[in-house]
Ligand binder design. Structure first.
Ligand code: FE
Length: 155
């Protein structure tokens, strides 16, 4: 289980190597992403609360990075946090995300990025539900939901 102490250790001493990396020029990102995706993923923007795709969605499946397709979160860890943004209790894997201290806007927060492409996802807070106590507060526009592949079970 990933805990707040792990978040702080990664932010302080460095994040793990991702299985793969995707580095593109700003021009390539601009071409690949919609303006709304670009503003959040590459510009560290924040989409409006509640008026976003996955805030109230609890479909089974997984959430991948809208920038590079890397697996970020499983829908089983998604919960209702009354924040207006999709919230998760755990990352899909320890190496999926990277953590960075963010002192902007007169707040001390920990920024969460996709560890493969460096895209801004949101922030993580130590006020989530037990047992891990984490709340990943993530912009919908940084994510893409993928339904589970049930084909094999239907044969
Ligand atoms: Fe990514």
């Amino acid at each position: 289980m990933f805990r707040w102490a792990d978040v702080i250790t990664y932010a302080k001493y460095g994040n793990p190597e991702p299985p793969r990396r995707l580095a593109l020029s700003e021009a390539d990102w601009q071409q690949r992403l919609t303006p709304a995706q670009y503003a959040v993923l590459r510009g560290c923007g924040t989409e409006p609360p509640y008026r976003n795709a996955y805030c109230r969605s609890y479909e089974p499946g997984r959430y991948v990075c809208a920038g590079c397709g890397s697996l970020l979160f499983d829908s089983a860890t998604k919960y209702h946090a009354i924040s207006g943004w999709p919230s998760f209790t755990q990352p899909a894997a320890r190496h999926a995300l990277s953590y960075h201290f963010d002192n902007s806007h007169h707040m001390q927060r920990v920024e969460v990025r996709c560890n493969a492409c460096g895209g801004h996802l949101g922030h993580v807070f130590p006020d989530g539900p037990a047992p891990a106590g984490l709340r990943y507060c993530i912009n919908s526009v940084s994510l893409r939901h993928e339904a589970p592949d049930v084909g094999a079970d239907n044969t």
